[in-house]
Design a protein. Structure first.
Length: 115
């Protein structure tokens, strides 16, 4: 089992920045990919960014150049730094961990971009 706890969401003005954190615990040695997803009101959940155990990353076109995913293996934590935030970035952001057998999700953290 893997437990994921997200933090760092909140209300930010357009053009602002936020850093989301996802702390993993449990059977973390089986995790080979971690990612951030989001679900905006009335829309399906979509990938924002992912990072493999080897450090390879990928990003959705909508956030490329504005966001950076990183991981601190010593802290078992994955981060999503988001800059130049736009109202369309408003969503619940979820952390996902993938092992060879299972997929785990965090509870989500709300990000609201508004004046």
């Amino acid at each position: 089992q893997v437990q994921l706890v997200e933090s760092g969401g909140g209300l930010v003005q357009p053009g602002g920045s936020l850093r989301l954190s996802c702390a993993a615990s449990g059977s973390i040695f089986n995790i080979y990919v971690m990612g951030w997803y989001r679900r905006a009101p009335g829309k399906q959940r979509e990938l924002v960014a992912g990072i493999t155990s080897g450090g390879s990353t990928n990003y959705a076109d909508s956030v490329k150049g504005r966001s950076t995913i990183s991981r601190d293996n010593a802290k078992n934590t994955v981060y999503l730094q988001m800059n130049s935030l736009k109202p369309e970035d408003t969503a619940v952001y979820y952390c996902k961990a993938t092992t060879s057998l299972h997929v785990y999700w965090g509870q989500g953290t709300q990000v609201t971009v508004s004046v």
